[in-house]
Design a protein around this ligand. Structure first.
Ligand SMILES: Cc1cc2nc3c(=O)[nH]c(=O)nc-3n(C[C@H](O)[C@H](O)[C@H](O)COP(=O)(O)O)c2cc1C
Length: 355
């Protein structure tokens, strides 16, 4: 499986739905912008859209850029005519659904690569008022021409003050450059400001964790629900290996781990649930902390289920038959509810009143 194909499987040409309010739209001809998109989406919670030219297999750089140059010249000559823009594969996206839209595009002859211009010609006016971020990759040329194209095509975007320029030679450091940029522009991922909470349970014992805003925590959150075997490690940890690897970027936090800490041990890829304190260790990244059920951690056995936990869900179901809740109902703090327990319990992610 080659690199580009593998990445495109990860990113998918269609939108991957993850309750996000950020859209990352990218076009990439030789893979640099795709790698940047990957680095970015490991750090923020976002839907991802890859723009693809309708005509496949074109070599824009061949014969002294005989294809790439006329495409851009056509746009420059008649920027308001849709016929000037090369066709792209149909996309299904509603910019209205997003607060943030991050555009990642290569620079071609000091302009925005033509297929991304097509996308923005079609959708840019619907992005009015949205927070717009721009990331550009070039070999060496400065990116002001691409910024101008973006402003022409998304005239009423509410732009983050600074675009990110990543030269082709810097793509291997994309994770750090992206992380620094997100901080500089004070990027706010609205979908996660309430805090990501997860529930870990073996059917008898349950713990609620609140995750931090690091790339590793977001990566774990996005792969839920999952099931895994819980194992003992040392005399202060329960660990499990998620079925797919948790990704992490330069933003991850090392530090001492008091009891109740949830962490990723990145050299091995396992998640650690501490019930006794541990010291800082290289590559041991803090993911969050237990907010309920910390004393249940040491008792976890067998197969655990890890799922998102939403304690703010409105009451949606009223049921008077308590016996309906013998096995899969939980108290608001996440511990299993007994069938005789009246009050509000959580079942199937919803609050249920048991009278
Ligand atoms: C048609 C074409 C024109 C380009 N023009 C320039 C240019 O004027 N200046 C420059 O620094 N890089 C130029 N590049 C290089 C790309 O901007 C650079 O390699 C970028 O990282 C490619 O991103 P990608 O791998 O996502 O396609 C050009 C590339 C192509 C294919």
């Amino acid at each position: 499986m080659n690199y580009r194909f593998f990445l495109s499987l990860l990113l998918t040409a269609t939108i991957t739905a993850v309750q996000a309010k950020t859209l990352v739209a990218y076009y990439s001809y030789t893979g640099n912008c795709e790698a940047i998109a990957t680095a970015l989406t490991q750090q923020i919670h976002a839907d991802v859209l890859e723009i693809e030219p309708a005509e496949k297999g074109l070599r824009y750089e061949a014969n002294g850029y005989a294809l790439g140059t006329p495409l851009l010249n056509a746009i420059k000559a008649n920027p308001n005519d849709s016929a000037s823009y090369p066709a792209i594969d149909p996309v299904s996206v509603a910019p209205a659904d997003y607060d943030n839209i991050i555009i990642i595009a290569p620079l071609w002859w000091s302009q925005m690569a033509a297929p991304m211009q097509t996308f923005l010609f079609n959708y840019g006016r619907q992005m009015a008022g949205k927070r717009i971020g721009l990331i550009v990759s070039s070999a060496s040329s400065g990116i002001s021409g691409v910024e101008a194209d973006c402003k022409r095509l998304v005239p009423d975007g509410n732009y983050y003050g600074k675009s990110l320029w990543i030269r082709a030679s810097q793509v291997r450091n994309a994770s750090t450059l992206v992380s620094d940029w997100l901080q500089q522009i004070n990027f706010t991922d609205n979908s996660t400001t309430d805090g990501m909470k997860i529930r870990v349970s073996d059917g008898t014992n349950a713990i609620i964790y609140e995750l931090n805003q690091t790339s590793a925590a977001r990566s774990l959150y996005q792969m839920l629900p999952l099931e895994a075997a819980v194992q003992n490690y040392g005399n202060n940890e329960k660990i499990f290996y998620p079925p797919t690897a948790v990704s992490y970027g330069a933003d991850c936090i090392e530090g001492d781990c008091p009891a109740g800490t949830l962490a990723l041990f990145s050299p091995w890829g396992n998640v650690v649930m501490y019930y006794g304190a541990a010291s800082r260790y290289n590559g041991l990244y803090i993911l969050g902390k237990a907010i309920e059920g910390e004393d249940h951690i040491s008792r976890l056995t067998g197969t655990i289920r890890v799922e998102t936990f939403d304690s703010t869900t409105a009451v949606e179901v009223v049921n008077t038959d308590r016996k309906a809740y013998t096995t899969e109902a939980y108290t608001l703090s996440g511990t299993p509810a007994t069938h005789s327990q009246a009050g509000i319990v959580i079942k199937g992610g919803k609050k249920v009143v048991v009278k």
